[in-house]
Design a protein around this ligand. Structure first.
Ligand code: NI
Length: 253
């Protein structure tokens, strides 16, 4: 199993990080992409890649954090991106649900980090919350298609999924697919071809059923894969191996 989006640098893992990561290996997790959300967390992600052979990192500034970002953050990200196991720029994007950073600042940093990804020839990991139109507009105007990437924790409709696929981007699916009231995610998984789907935890957040509300970890991805195989009426191991191959391909693991 490959977890294409996790946050093991989060303080909620401080008391037992080593044990949780050991459990991941014992439960068949072969690769984890740890997503940075600011310069410090990107540095911590890289530290994790050095400690664990199966962890890879993305570096970037999350829309929540851009208001606080320093002027030299892009230069710092360039330096960090030179590290061996950095495979993407992210997570980057727009969050109009919480609006922790002014929207104009979010858009500016999203565009700036797409330009960075193009310069470095790295795919992007996109965070899109209630900002579908602006996200698609900026992806088009900044020509993000050149590097591609994934819409992590995809929350859009089937129609939006079609636009995302047309732009050449993959769709990241996490615990929300398993929630009892999940309707849109089920339609999206049914619609999107298996070779464009990635699976992820976004841990410590977004635990799947029956663990909703508890701390998430990569071993729980199997509940997401089970749901995908049920919706697409395919074998569990096909869902696991194809989504894994998709991640290997996109991030060149
Ligand atoms: Ni995340």
């Amino acid at each position: 199993m490959i977890d294409s989006h996790a946050h093991y640098d989060d303080s909620r893992f401080d008391s037992d990080r080593d044990k949780v990561l050991q459990d991941c290996v014992e439960h068949g997790v072969t690769h984890i992409i740890n997503a940075g959300s600011n310069v410090t967390s990107s540095e911590k992600s890289i530290e994790l890649t050095k400690k664990y052979s199966f962890i890879y990192a993305s570096v970037g500034i999350h829309p929540h954090d851009v208001a606080e970002a320093e002027d030299d953050a892009i230069d710092k990200l360039i330096t960090l991106s030179k590290e061996e196991k950095v495979v993407a720029i992210g997570e980057i994007g727009l969050d109009y649900h919480y609006d922790f950073s002014p929207r104009e600042v979010q858009r500016e940093w999203f565009a700036r980090q797409i330009a960075l990804a193009r310069k470095l020839k790295l795919p992007i990991i996109i965070h899109d919350r209630e900002a579908h139109k602006d996200i698609l507009d900026i992806i088009k105007s900044e020509n993000a298609r050149e590097v591609g990437g994934v819409f992590h924790c995809f929350s859009g409709s089937k129609e939006m999924a079609r636009e995302v696929l047309d732009l050449g981007f993959s769709i990241g699916i996490g615990g929300a697919l398993t929630f009892k009231n999940a309707k849109k995610p089920v339609e999206v998984v049914d619609y999107v071809p298996l070779d464009m789907l990635l699976v992820e935890t976004d841990c410590p957040y977004m635990s799947p059923e029956p663990f909703r509300g508890k701390r998430n970890w990569s071993g729980l991805i199997k509940y997401v894969l089970e749901k995908i195989s049920e919706i697409k009426k395919i074998d569990y191991f096909l869902a696991e191996s194809q989504t894994g191959a998709n991640a290997i391909d996109l991030f060149k693991l």
